[in-house]
Design a protein around this ligand. Structure first.
Ligand code: ZN
Ligand code: ZN
Ligand code: FE
Length: 760
């Protein structure tokens, strides 16, 4: 007697389109001898199956276990149905439901199969720089609208040749419905352009580019999410020249090498780090530099780490394919003048990069959305994002409950914005510092694009408290135009909420927030940044903060750690003795002016910034007196820390204020007695770790709270984070810190959105 047949309907939400999901379901159903169909809908995938109950159960259980590499399931619902009398399993055409939405896959680094074909002379796509398949290739950067279909991507202008079309139509081919699929016959092509003329196309263009790079030239290369500037990283003249032309201070350049073995010649790479380098997102990974290498010192001055990535497009692989004379490592830095966003439109790139690049390696597949490379470091054995962009955005964060549609506009520096809908938070890719017209335009275009892609009509807006941030002004303007409510959210409260969402914190219970960063406007108009909050999504209390010190010249002091050191000494009542490095950094006249400025309080806002405290310590110890980018002095101080040092100094802690005056005095005494710099640097860091533990213990006694959230840019400091984690965990605290979202201002928009969502 045949087994009884039952039916089941399955609805799946998540990243399930354009990732080989239907062929996967098809083979799974065939394997379990089930009949029925699978189809894409506007919100995900729908499956109908008929067969014996046990086989159906096995089929459903196997879905999450055998998922295709790029797929992600957020929600899987099943409902019994009547058995169907179909004899086969089939893939049906898509069902469109207006207004529906779904997550979109980020761009994906080249997969091993495509890599093999690319480098195999017998393959029909040998050396074709735009090879891709269902499991890899461009996604977010080429998508103009949903549904994800070739006609709505920048591949629309490249009709498939019969061979590509046959692969695309075959459910058992690995290019089945791979929207950007192409080959040398039908797809995009390379051109090599110098001084306005095209010198070569196709394979010759690639070879020209390699010759120019070997000769020490600087090239602008059109990649996935924008233009990158490249040169030989072992050629000191080329690297120095790139730094000069790009008008870039001391900030490190990102690097790319052909494979892991090549990266290992320059850096220590642990197993977890090599997984991170090879992940689909293919980010820049910050790795510990080996002592002596052939790389130009100017690649990453005074830094113990190097930022390396693997070639994430076929074009990058071909550029780096090892041959005699070809550099093993290329600098691959964003194609911009410092401070501007990365160039991604061709005419714009020629104009903006013409003065920097000797030549251009370009192609004719338009980039629809600008996306920078992401930056990650392995911290406390987990990936820690410094910049969330290519490969991660626009992955949605799944929220623990449904929220109204909200647009949060984020902060000023390292801006991202965030849109919410139902249980999803779409945190944008890194936009940049909103300080110029170019970045602002990129921000506005980004918002329009995400609203369209994810079909979000915001009913509420959220922004920072700071009235002068361009993102805040934009939010006010939108609130007026759309006639919807706007919430201004304190910067450090937003950091705290971002950390909670990032850790799937699903209650409104308050936690202790150690929110440490460089700057953020407080409710008392002071510049906050060393904040101990007790709060959650619903609100916060400021329990304690770093003692106020004057910030001479306002935010401009960010670039002048020496000024910050003198301001802190002045505040602590410590003399500016001539032997102190930050004192010596000024001429007598400038010191007199600074002293007068401090005494008369001329343009000296009060600050509790933890970032500036680290800057001051770096200057005081003679590490760095001027910074060419935010956080430079603090990073150089961290790099010096002696790992085995256990000494520390104390702050005074009274009435919710922690005062560093005794720390400065003790640090100076040790410095004068000749204690080596690495010990002093570590003792300074240990002091802040000790303070963190002390504060949390005091708060726990009063409020019985066991959970601590660490958020804000200062937590990019790995020494501080790891040592604080160790101490807090040893004392029984449950510690939350960032994982999917940067701890810096790149996470602010997410926190703003969540706080706004919880406001009635
Ligand atoms: Zn592939
Ligand atoms: Zn083709
Ligand atoms: Fe911040």
């Amino acid at each position: 007697m045949p087994e009884a047949q039952t039916g089941l309907r399955v609805w799946i939400r998540g990243i399930v389109q354009g990732v080989g999901f239907r062929p996967f379901i098809y083979s799974l159903a065939v394997r379990h001898a089930l009949t029925g169909w699978v189809r894409n809908t506007s919100s995900g995938v729908e499956i109908a199956i008929t067969g014996p109950t046990a086989a159906i159960a096995q089929f459903v259980a196997a879905i999450p276990l055998e998922l295709p590499p790029l797929a992600r399931i957020d929600l899987l619902e099943t409902r019994p149905s009547l058995p169907d009398d179909t004899q086969h399993f089939e893939i049906l055409s898509s069902q469109v439901e207006p207004g529906q939405f779904m997550p979109i896959s980020p761009d994906v680094g080249i997969c091993p199969d495509c890599r093999r074909e690319l480098l195999n002379p017998a393959d029909r796509r040998y050396h074709y720089p735009f090879i891709n398949c269902t499991h890899c290739g461009p996604r977010f950067s080429i998508i103009q609208d949903i549904p994800y279909d070739r006609s709505l991507t920048t591949m629309a202008g490249f009709p498939m040749c019969p061979r590509c079309q046959a692969e695309y139509n075959n459910p058992l081919d690995r290019r089945f419905h791979a929207q950007p699929t192409a080959c040398a016959e039908c797809g995009p092509q390379l051109s090599f352009i110098a001084s306005g003329s095209t010198l070569a196309v196709r394979e010759q263009a690639l070879q020209q580019a390699r010759v120019w790079l070997s000769a020490g030239k600087i090239l602008a290369i059109k990649g996935l999410g924008g233009y990158l500037l490249a040169c030989d990283a072992t050629n000191p003249t080329a690297v120095a020249e790139l730094r000069r032309r790009k008008n870039r201070g001391a900030k490190a350049f990102a690097l790319m090498a052909f494979d892991l073995a090549a990266i290992q010649r320059y850096c220590e790479v642990s197993a977890a780090e090599s997984d991170l380098l090879s992940a689909h997102a293919s980010p820049i990974v910050l790795l510990t530099k080996r002592p002596a290498t052939s790389l130009a010192a100017a690649v990453a001055p005074n830094q113990p780490t190097l930022g390396f990535m693997l070639p994430y497009t076929p074009l990058h692989l071909l550029l780096l394919e090892p041959t005699a004379g070809m550099p093993e490592v290329l600098v691959m830095t964003s194609g911009n003048q410092s401070e501007e966003p990365i160039a991604f439109r061709d005419e714009e790139a020629f104009e903006r990069l013409g003065q920097i690049a000797d030549a251009f390696l370009v192609h004719d597949r338009p980039i629809h959305m600008r996306v920078d490379d992401s930056v990650v470091k392995l911290v406390a054995e987990r990936p820690y994002l410094f910049r969330r962009a290519r490969g991660y955005a626009p992955n949605a964060l799944l929220l623990f409950r449904s929220v109204p549609p909200i647009l949060a506009t984020g902060a000023e520096l390292k801006n991202t914005f965030c849109l919410t809908r139902e249980r999803y938070a779409f945190l944008s890719h890194h936009i940049g510092d909103l300080e110029n017209y170019e970045t602002l335009r990129s921000f506005e275009e980004g918002i329009a694009h995400y609203q369209r892609l994810f079909r979000v009509q915001p009913q509420r807006l959220a922004c920072d408290l700071h009235p002068d941030y361009l993102a805040t002004r934009y939010a006010h303007q939108q609130a007026a135009e759309r006639g919807i409510p706007l919430m201004e959210i304190q910067h450090h409260h937003a950091h705290l909420a971002a950390c909670l969402v990032d850790n799937h914190w699903d209650t409104t219970e308050p936690v202790i927030g150690l929110c440490y960063d460089g700057t953020g406007l407080g409710t008392d108009q002071a510049v906050w940044g060393g904040e101990v909050l007790l709060g959650g999504y619903l609100g916060y209390q400021r329990l304690a903060h770093l003692a106020y010190a004057p910030l001479p010249g306002g935010d401009a002091a960010t670039r002048k750690p020496a000024r910050m050191a003198l301001a802190h000494l002045w505040q602590a009542g410590i003399e500016w003795e001539a032997d102190l490095p930050p004192v010596a950094a000024f001429c007598a006249q400038d010191r007199t002016i600074l002293r007068a400025q401090l005494e008369r309080r001329i343009h000296t806002p009060q600050t509790s910034s933890m970032g500036r405290l680290f800057d001051a310590a770096a200057a005081l110890l003679g590490v760095q007196q001027t910074a060419s980018y935010e956080g430079q002095a603090a990073m150089e101080l961290e790099a010096l820390c002696a790992p085995d040092e256990t000494g520390e100094y104390s702050f005074t802690l009274a009435n919710g204020v922690f005062d560093p005056a005794p720390l400065w005095q003790a640090l100076l005494d040790d410095w004068r007695s000749g204690t080596p710099l690495p010990r002093l640097a570590a003792r300074f860091h240990n002091s802040v770790c000790g303070l963190n533990l002390q504060i949390c213990q005091e708060v726990r006694q009063v409020y019985a709270t066991q959970t601590v959230a660490l958020s804000g840019g200062v937590w990019q400091n790995q020494y501080l984070l790891e040592h604080t984690l160790t101490r807090l965990k040893a004392a029984g605290f449950h510690v939350l810190w960032h994982h999917q979202v940067p701890t810096n201002d790149g996470g602010i928009a997410l926190g703003q959105a969540m706080i706004a969502a919880f406001t009635d």
